[in-house]
Design a protein around this ligand. Structure first.
Ligand code: URA
Length: 308
């Protein structure tokens, strides 16, 4: 974005704020830039104070060929993944670098994803396949593949929606504020990341934390389904509406779904009891609903006991 030098700093701030509210959360340049080429060490970035945001490198956010523009994230769906104005200002200050290309996301890519995912014999193979898969444009705007965290041999698996900024930096799911809440929720039923396996439906951070498009979700779906199949948890927890809708094949809202056992059926026909519950990011915004999630987690604890 080019600033008009006749605008005062206050007017420029208002314009930026207006653009951010309107969903224009990506500062684009003529040439795609690899902002992470100048990245600071991860630990340093993770603890960066907001006033140091202008020093932070930006991810490559130029739109790959064929990418569809998704609607802005509604305020109620935003979590710590939301973009900030300093992020946008920082993007203008940095030099351009290497352009990247991507496939056009279409049904052919979804079919390719299904075929590839089916052929993975182990979780490690699946991770490698995802790392080499170029059929989802989200890969080209993300820094990291966020595959999983925790114990793949655990009897409990939790699946969220998509990584946010912290997860993209660390390459691990649920390490930001909602991840910290998730850790507390797990601790409340006597679990931690050594006794639970954690992943997301989408393994790449959507740019600006926008909602993944239905096609992006369809392209990623075979991979998370295969991941569940290979991990073979006894109990699955769907964190939030997008996860529940994708893995339980339903269009029902999470507030109706939550608290009721459903079944996730794998491609090979294994039925896994699945508990849809509220996403930790939602709970951070709606703490009064934590009691609902608490009830759901008690259900999960009881169900796990049946398999012990
Ligand atoms: N929200 C998610 O759905 N997944 C993450 O990994 C982080 C935040």
């Amino acid at each position: 974005m080019t600033a008009d030098i006749t605008h005062s700093p206050a007017a420029l701030r208002d314009i930026l704020r207006f653009l951010a509210d309107a969903g224009a959360d990506e500062a684009l340049d003529e040439v795609a830039a690899d902002r992470f080429a100048q990245a600071a060490p991860a630990a340093q970035r993770r603890t960066a104070a907001p006033e140091r945001a202008a020093e932070r490198p930006m991810p490559d956010r130029s739109p790959p060929a064929g990418r569809t523009v998704a609607p802005p994230v509604p305020p109620e769906a935003r979590d710590e993944r939301s973009p900030s104005l300093p992020d946008m200002a920082a993007a203008e200050a940095l030099p351009a670098a290497r352009p990247q290309t991507a496939a056009i996301p279409d049904e052919a890519q979804a079919a390719r994803a299904r075929e590839l995912a089916r052929s993975a014999a182990t979780l490690e193979e699946l991770r490698e396949m995802l790392a080499g898969f170029d059929g989802c444009n989200l890969k080209f705007t993300a820094k990291s593949l966020v595959f999983a965290d925790g114990n793949p041999d655990a009897d409990l698996m939790l699946v969220g929606e998509a990584p946010g900024r912290d997860e993209d930096i660390e390459g691990l799911p649920f390490v930001g504020r909602s991840g910290q809440l998730l850790d507390r929720m797990l601790a409340a039923i006597g679990r931690d990341r050594t006794s639970a396996y954690i992943a997301n439906v989408i393994p790449w951070r959507p740019p600006g934390n926008r909602t993944p498009t239905p096609l992006e979700t369809e392209i990623c779906r075979p991979f998370i389904e295969r991941q569940i199949e290979l991990a073979r948890p006894k109990v699955l927890v769907c964190l939030g509406g997008p996860s529940a809708k994708t893995l339980l094949n339903t269009t029902e809202g999470i507030l109706r779904l939550r608290g009721n056992w459903r079944v996730h059926v794998t491609a090979s026909g294994v039925a896994i009891p699945a508990m849809p519950t509220l996403h930790p990011a939602y709970l951070l915004r709606n703490p009064a609903h934590k009691k609902l999630a608490w009830r759901d987690f008690l259900e999960v604890k009881a169900k796990l006991r049946e398999f012990a």
